[in-house]
Write a protein that binds this ligand. Structure first.
Ligand code: CU
Length: 145
């Protein structure tokens, strides 16, 4: 038993994240939507865009490919943005910092694609920052594994 606890502490210090602050599942309406491997369509934070998110597989340690599609909420037309900024972090571990990737637009399939690298299991929060001319908005979702 002691050995098991010790190796758990060693594991935590190796990962450099400190103990996890386990929060109960938040089911409030304002909490970011969660995403498994299936696609999801939601409005962005200020309702400027309709955002579709999908991933090729269930979230896992290492590389994870995500695809996004944006339309204007008011007329459902395609946005003219060519890139979006993707920021992701672990909300319960601020010391890990925030990682950033650029998702690039592929006109052939009308999707933005990026690869995120999850360095450990747990809860990750992902924010898409979309700028399209004068329109700016963002969309946040969460994954856990
Ligand atoms: Cu962490």
């Amino acid at each position: 038993m002691k050995i098991r606890i010790l190796s758990f502490i060693l594991f935590l210090s190796f990962m450099g994240c400190g103990p996890m602050n386990k929060k109960p599942e938040d089911s409030s309406a304002n909490s970011p939507s969660s995403l498994g491997s299936s696609g999801l369509t939601r409005f962005s934070k200020d309702n400027q865009f309709l955002v579709y998110v999908e991933s090729a597989s269930k979230p896992t340690w290492g590389e994870n490919i995500y695809r996004f599609r944006f339309k204007y909420s008011k007329n459902l037309a395609k946005t003219s943005a060519q890139t979006i900024t993707v920021q992701y972090d672990m909300p319960t571990m601020p010391s890990m910092g925030t990682s950033e990737e650029i998702a690039t637009y592929n006109p052939e399939d009308d999707f933005f694609t990026t690869t995120l690298f999850f360095t450990m299991s747990g809860r990750w929060q992902i924010t898409l920052k979309l700028e399209d001319g004068a329109l700016q908005d963002e969309y946040t979702f969460e994954i856990s594994f």
